[in-house]
Design a binder for this molecule. Structure first.
Ligand code: WTA
Length: 653
């Protein structure tokens, strides 16, 4: 056991469910006083510059900490660094050389874990960096990474960063078609993938999806990790086994000197249109925010074992399942498989076995465990846990308290971190040594960042009122710098309110302290089990099926997943609705986007509610699936369609 159980979280006697850190936690924490917020707010640029100096090793210091020419901004102008050097080399020079960097836990119980020390990880990254070079990858080239949760994914990412190549990781549960769309847009030259992996007791083949994804793209070389030893198709002259290439690779590769504003990675994410956007993160600012947020939010110390359960295919996996903890020299746990395999206590057995002390997951997972019952975590000694985190969607009070009590044993603060793919790192959350921890209230802006809640006209809301969350200048260093090949979409973030970054999230100012409650997306982006999906992408996928004429997708509330997509579908007149067709459509969504995008329900309808100008009224569909008042339907071209749909979805007046 790493930590003794200590009861340091006290309830605020004045208010219900407001928790404050104990003296013991304050003493241990990197930051433990409100003064940090005050100090940072005096001069935010100077504050970040200080953090950049203290947290990151630079080959050359910047000339100017921040430069803004709206809607563009730069951090650490002309500063030179390499993020893989910061995540590896500087630790290898110290006692951390032999410290575990990654503890990897395979899904099958009869397979052994793999532990990579900082030295091991550094050696593998250097070797793979040289492999990429021999495959012709140069600074600025894009490399696609389509890998599940195995250490090769971090190795590949860091190897790209080492030689200045831009990685673009695609979630392994996305289909080959999704991969293809992203690789085409990124114009990737090389793809790193795997034969297959374990998931919920099944063997999943990925190489066949990868093959589909490569078609028609500029990808010339494919590196395939042998995880399973499956019999997969290998194309001569194009496909190479990872282990073959690594066998003779040189184990030292000089890190490329990168400019602070050189692109580190692209990560495709969903917006309100049908096409995912390649969010661009640049090296210097991202490194600084990843380092300090990992360190302060989770109060990471050398003895910690940090487990972020997010898949590497999402931004949380990038920043807290790779860069953040490694920049801090922390020990990170990575688990290949499903939370419920072979039993519903798998996660808790991992926490116990490896003494996980900081645990970061999504509300949807917490609600799933709530439903499975307390007996599963109770089977295990979870006393090693010190800090809990959540991310991805608003957390309800019940889930927060369940997590706090049943997983954290009432000892561990729940750090509810609000952020986005675009922001690169966390932005709004309480800090463990400062608090307060209030269920459903994420917390304050991270020191040195500046948010506001505005009404439609741009006036700040009062305490207790809800509006739209924006970020104000100076923009946090880890924020996106562009949308790949699409500056117009980038500019949209700054065009809703002038000179401000618009988050598309609803929020409420909570108190004088500056605490903020996040209330969810206000655009057509859904969070399904924490996964970000766009209704437009899903509509495109469904309408591309030959039987479908028209389709509208809206998000319906769901007890565990937070939200789920419901699809309203109009079929071609010669096609009859059937259960088989529902199955076919779901298969089609699997093949077009991936199983995470599956509609929870498909409602066939001859007519979608439309305005007289022919626009589908999604607002009405939303109210229908949420059982909310429908409002005025008189402006509709076909108000009778609403009545029919009410019966279909079981709407209660
Ligand atoms: C939502 C995930 C409430 C929010 C890091 C945001 C949250 C979207 C929280 C971004 C939270 C994330 N409380 N809502 N703690 N964290 N969100 O890009 O709606 O996958 O806009 O990034 O998730 O999702 P993304």
């Amino acid at each position: 056991m790493l930590f003794k159980p200590i009861t340091w979280v006290k309830k605020d006697p004045e208010k219900s469910n407001v928790f404050w850190p104990s003296d013991e936690l304050k003493k241990r924490a990197w930051v433990n006083a409100d003064s940090i917020y005050v100090e940072a707010a005096k001069d935010r640029v100077a504050f970040w510059a200080k953090l950049a100096r203290e947290g990151i090793d630079w080959f050359k210091k910047w000339d100017e900490a921040y430069r803004e020419e709206m809607p563009y901004y730069k951090w650490f102008v002309n500063g030179k660094l390499n993020i893989s050097y910061n995540a590896l080399d500087r630790h290898v020079k110290t006692w951390r050389r032999n410290k575990a960097a990654i503890i990897w836990v395979p899904e099958p119980l009869d397979e052994k874990e793999r532990v990579l020390t900082y030295f091991d990880l550094s050696r593998e990254v250097n070797k793979f960096a040289n492999v990429l070079k021999t495959l012709g990858v140069k600074k600025g080239d894009r490399v696609g990474i389509y890998l599940p949760m195995i250490p090769e994914v971090q190795i590949a990412m860091l190897a790209c960063a080492r030689i200045g190549a831009i990685h673009s990781v695609v979630f392994s549960a996305f289909s080959g078609k999704s991969l293809q769309e992203r690789m085409l847009d990124a114009e990737a030259k090389v793809l790193v993938t795997v034969d297959g992996y374990h998931r919920r007791g099944k063997q999943i083949t990925l190489k066949t999806e990868a093959d589909k994804g490569i078609e028609g793209t500029p990808i010339q070389k494919v590196v395939v990790v042998k995880r399973m030893g499956m019999d997969v198709n290998m194309v001569e002259g194009r496909d190479y086994w990872w282990h073959d290439l690594m066998k003779n690779a040189d184990s030292s590769c000089e890190p490329e000197v990168m400019d602070s504003e050189d692109i580190l990675y692209l990560l495709y994410t969903s917006g309100t249109t049908g096409k995912p956007k390649g969010v661009e993160h640049h090296t210097g600012g991202y490194a600084v925010q990843a380092y300090w947020t990992a360190k302060w939010d989770f109060d990471l110390h050398d003895e910690d074992v940090f487990w972020c359960t997010a898949d590497i295919g999402w931004v949380t996996g990038h920043t807290y399942g790779c860069y953040g903890p490694l920049l801090c020299g922390a020990t990170m746990l990575e688990y290949e498989g499903a939370p419920n395999h072979p039993q519903l206590d798998r996660w808790w057995s991992i926490v116990e076995k490896y003494g996980v002390s900081v645990f970061y997951t999504a509300p949807t997972a917490i609600r799933m465990f709530m439903q499975w019952g307390e007996k599963w975590p109770r089977k295990h000694n979870l006393n090693s846990l010190r800090i809990l985190g959540t991310v991805g969607e608003p957390i309800n009070e019940e889930a927060w308290l369940w997590y706090f009590n049943n997983i954290g044993g009432g000892r561990c603060p729940v750090i509810d971190t609000w952020w986005q793919t675009e922001t690169g790192g966390t932005l709004i959350n309480s800090l463990p040594g400062i608090g307060p921890f209030i269920p459903t209230v994420a917390g304050r802006s991270f020191p040195g960042t500046n948010h506001d809640v505005l009404d439609e006209s741009g006036s700040p809301m009062n305490i207790g009122e809800g509006g739209y969350l924006v970020q104000k200048s100076p923009f946090a260093p880890g924020m996106l710098r562009n949308v790949w090949k699409n500056p117009a979409r980038y500019k949209e973030y700054f065009s809703v309110y002038s000179e401000k970054y618009y988050t598309s999230d609803g929020a409420r100012r909570w108190d004088e302290l500056g605490n903020i409650r996040l209330t969810g997306r206000v655009d057509d982006v859904m969070k399904v089990a924490g996964h970000r999906l766009s209704t437009a992408e899903l509509e495109n996928a469904i309408t591309s099926h030959e039987a479908v004429v028209e389709c509208a997708v809206v998000a319906a509330p769901h007890e565990i997943k937070g939200e789920v997509p419901v699809a309203f579908v109009t079929l071609r007149s010669d096609v009859e609705p059937s259960d088989q067709l529902i199955k076919d459509l779901i298969k089609h969504v699997d093949a077009t986007i991936g199983p995470t995008a599956r509609p929870d329900k498909i409602v066939f309808t001859n007519e979608l509610p439309k305005t007289r100008s022919g626009k589908i009224m999604r607002r009405i569909l939303k109210s229908l699936v949420r059982n909310e008042p429908i409002g005025d339907t008189t402006t509709l071209m076909n108000p009778e369609s609403v009545q029919l749909l009410k019966d279909e979805v079981g709407y209660k007046e």
